[in-house]
Design a protein around this ligand. Structure first.
Ligand SMILES: [Zn+2]
Length: 344
C-alpha cells in the first residue's frame, strides 16, 4: 500500500510500504477515506534531521472498517469510523476519567510498528476502545467535518473546557490557525457570548467571525493585550485560549487575562519555561490546558456536526490526493493553506 514517510525537514514522500493487516485479536483494519495534515506535523517538517529510513506520519483519519480481529465486538466490516489522534483502550482508570491520552495501554500513531494516518490503510490497535462509529456512508458530504473530530475540533474544545468557558465567561482566543478557529467554535458552543479572536490573517479571522468571534484583534504582543483590555473595560477576559503559539503568545495570554482568570494552552509547546512570575501569581491567574483527550469528546461533539449546527470542516481550505501530500505540507508550512485534507 501507499503511505507517507517523512525523511527530514522539508522531505515528505509517498512510498510503497507493507500492507496494513491484523496482528492482534483486538485490531481492526481500516481503509482510509480522508486524512489530514496537522499543524504539529509541521514541526518535524521544519526541523527533523535527515534520516535514511524515513518515518511514518499522520494521526488524523476517517475510514471504513475492512476487517476485524476475533476480539473486536463493536465494529464490523463496512462501518465508517473516526480515529482520535491517540489510540486507547477506553476502559482503564485514566480513560474512565476522560484522559485517554494517558491510557495505560494506548499509544501514538506512526510509532512502534503502528501505521500512520497519512496512508491508504491503518491497522488500528485496541479498535473497540479507539474507534468511534460514524452514522454516515463512505461518500457523505459531512465527512470533512467529521474528520475534525480526530484532533483539531476536540483540541479547540479541550482548550475551552479546561479554561472553564461558559455563558458567563468572556473569552480571548490567541491564534487564527485551525485550532484557534476550532476553539472559537467550541467556546461559542459552550455558550460564550463575547469572544475576542487575536489573529492577523483576514481570511482566517473572517471565518472566525462566522464561527462566533465577536471581535478581532490584529495587533500582537503587549499592544494586542492592551486592545483586549480596552475591549473589556480595562480588565481583560475571564479566559484566554492560547492555541498553538510560541512563548510570546503565552506572554500575551497572561497580559490579556483578567485577574482571577484562566489561561489554557493547547498544541505541543515549543518552549520549556513558562513566564508565570510574581505578577501572574499576585493576580491569581491559573494556567491549564494540555494535550486533548479527543476520544473523550467525540460522542459529545458529533451530534452538532451531524445535524449541521457546526461545520468545523470549514477549516479545510485545500484538498490533495495522497500522492501529492508533499505539496500539502509545503502549502501549510508556507501559510498558503490553513489546513489540508488528504484523499487517498
Ligand atoms: Zn485507557
Amino acid at each position: 500500500m501507499r503511505a507517507t514517510l517523512i525523511y527530514g525537514a522539508g522531505d515528505v514522500r509517498v512510498e510503497d510500504v507493507p500492507d496494513a493487516g491484523l496482528r492482534e485479536p483486538t485490531d481492526a483494519l481500516v481503509r482510509v477515506l480522508r486524512a489530514c495534515i496537522c499543524g504539529s506535523d509541521l514541526w518535524p517538517y521544519s526541523s527533523k534531521p535527515e534520516t535514511e529510513q524515513g518515518e511514518r506520519i499522520g494521526h488524523e483519519f476517517v475510514g471504513v472498517v475492512e476487517d476485524v480481529g476475533s476480539g473486536v465486538s463493536a465494529f464490523k466490516r463496512g462501518d465508517v469510523v473516526v480515529a482520535p489522534f491517540v489510540w486507547s483502550d477506553n476502559t482503564c482508570d485514566f480513560c474512565s476519567e476522560g484522559l485517554h491520552t494517558s491510557c495505560r495501554h494506548g499509544g501514538l500513531w506512526a510509532r512502534d510498528g503502528v501505521d500512520g494516518g497519512q496512508g491508504e490503510a491503518v491497522r488500528v490497535p485496541l479498535a473497540d476502545g479507539t474507534l468511534v462509529k460514524l452514522p454516515v456512508g463512505e461518500d457523505d458530504a459531512l465527512l470533512s467535518s467529521l474528520l475534525t473530530l480526530s484532533d483539531v475540533f476536540p483540541t479547540g474544545h479541550h482548550c475551552a473546557v479546561t479554561a472553564g468557558v461558559n455563558p458567563r465567561t468572556t473569552v480571548t482566543v490567541i491564534g487564527d490557525g485551525a485550532v484557534g478557529l476550532s476553539a472559537v467554535l467550541a467556546a461559542r458552543r459552550l455558550g460564550a457570548e463575547r469572544i475576542i479572536l487575536m489573529g492577523r490573517h483576514r481570511d482566517r479571522t473572517d471565518l472566525g467571525r462566522e464561527f462566533g468571534a465577536t471581535d478581532v484583534v490584529a495587533e500582537r504582543g503587549e499592544e494586542g493585550a492592551e486592545r483586549v483590555r480596552d475591549l473589556t473595560g480595562g480588565d481583560g477576559t475571564h479566559t484566554v485560549l492560547e492555541c498553538v503559539g510560541l512563548l510570546p503568545a503565552l506572554e500575551t495570554a497572561f497580559a490579556a487575562v483578567r485577574d482571577g482568570g484562566v489561561v489554557s494552552r493547547v498544541g505541543a509547546p515549543q518552549y520549556s519555561d513558562v513566564p508565570a512570575d510574581f505578577g501572574v501569581f499576585f493576580r491569581n491567574v491559573t494556567l491549564t490546558g494540555g494535550v486533548a483527550p479527543a476520544r473523550a469528546y467525540i460522542e459529545e461533539l458529533m451530534p452538532d456536526v451531524l445535524d449541521g449546527t457546526l461545520q468545523p470542516g470549514r477549516v479545510f481550505d485545500r484538498a490533495v490526493p495522497l500522492d501529492d501530500i508533499a505539496d500539502g505540507y509545503r502549502a501549510m508550512a508556507e501559510r498558503e493553506a490553513l489546513k489540508v485534507i488528504v484523499e487517498p
